[in-house]
Design a protein around this ligand. Sequence first.
Ligand code: DC
Length: 235
Amino acid sequence: MESNKKHKIIIAVDGFSSCGKSTFAKAIAARLGYIFIDTGAMYRAVTLYALEHGAIRSGIVDEDAVVALLKEIDIDFRFNPTRGASDIYVNGDLVEGKIRTIEVSNCVSPVSSIREVREKLVAIQQQMGRKRGVVMDGRDIGTVVFPDAELKIYMTADPHVRALRRYDELKAKGDNVSLEEIEHNVRSRDEADMSRAISPLRKAEDAIVLDNSFMTIPEQMQWFEARYNEVIANL
Ligand code: DC
């Protein structure tokens, strides 16, 4: 697939947790030579920082304490050639390897529903996409962060299939978690992400749905290519 050099666009990839958004978004960014931004990693990084600085105790998120910490949190991404993607840093510390634990996953929904957290992270995301040529994955990219994105994809997959994927991922890393616990986390995050008051997960009217429950990565890429070519032809 040829990336159109004249028209760099914004590609918003929103959808449910663990449905392969990052894998998909990373692959299309690599194909197009675009920057890939995983916004979930940013909410996870804030959650990790809150856990490490006493703003979350026994799973209870102290919203005021999280907001108070925000001003000391500086987030940036640095390209890691080994991974072929960017790693996330908080105040200069590499946290990529620490943000996908079940502990962070269990607390990230309440943290991401705090207005001040969203304001701060959305502003950073908009800044990162100002030159276009980005693929950004998250929950509110097509609705809030870049409502003018030229291509919006809304990804979904069967919850059980998603839980199995995350289970395999965590097992491969040596984490000792049960499939039941993960499926519970996946379903409760769906519920929390869709029902929160600020920027809930919902399909933008002009987004195209991609259900990848039974699709391979090459099939998803083929699907994407057709959509990308349509958009570019109509610019
Ligand atoms: O994509 P992920 O599962 O790593 O995202 C972690 C959490 O962050 C998810 O439960 C919801 C939240 N999130 C969000 O509210 N808005 C985004 N743009 C991205 C993620």
